[in-house]
Write a new protein. Structure first.
Length: 134
């Protein structure tokens, strides 16, 4: 698996507008993109912090993945995403090494990236996203 860097850290929030204000007012970061990913039932906001992004995630449906996460665990860090040159190959390689997959094949995520998730039961409790442009 060819991972080049941490692509982003995903943080689940109740209110995207308030969370953006916090990140801009308190930390001085600038939100550079807001996007809805309808099939994932989420609205996202992105910030650059050095070479890594922070992705704020607000559920657009309580039955969506972020809505369920917040109901179960509350707001906070949701996942870490690693950049790879080939998400399909990275998922296959992880599975061959015994990692449980949430996604057998890549799907479209925010910013036009292909994404695939590894199950936290196989990654020390950390929901892990693999993403790339391939």
């Amino acid at each position: 698996m060819n991972i080049s860097h941490i692509e982003h850290i995903g943080i689940a929030v109740d209110n995207l507008k308030e969370a953006i204000a916090l990140y801009e007012d308190v930390y001085g970061f600038k939100c550079y993109a807001i996007e809805e990913v309808a099939d994932q039932k989420v609205k996202t906001a992105f910030f650059m912090v050095g070479n890594t992004k922070i992705e704020l995630l607000e559920s657009t449906d309580p039955e969506g993945p972020i809505g369920k996460f917040i109901a179960k665990k509350g707001v906070g860090i949701h996942h870490i995403a690693f950049a790879t040159d080939n998400v399909t190959n990275a998922l296959k390689e992880a599975e061959k090494k015994g990692v449980m997959l949430i996604d057998q094949f890549p799907r479209k995520g925010a910013e036009g990236l292909n994404i695939g998730f590894l199950h936290p039961k196989s990654t020390l409790g950390v929901l892990t996203e693999l993403c790339g442009k391939e």
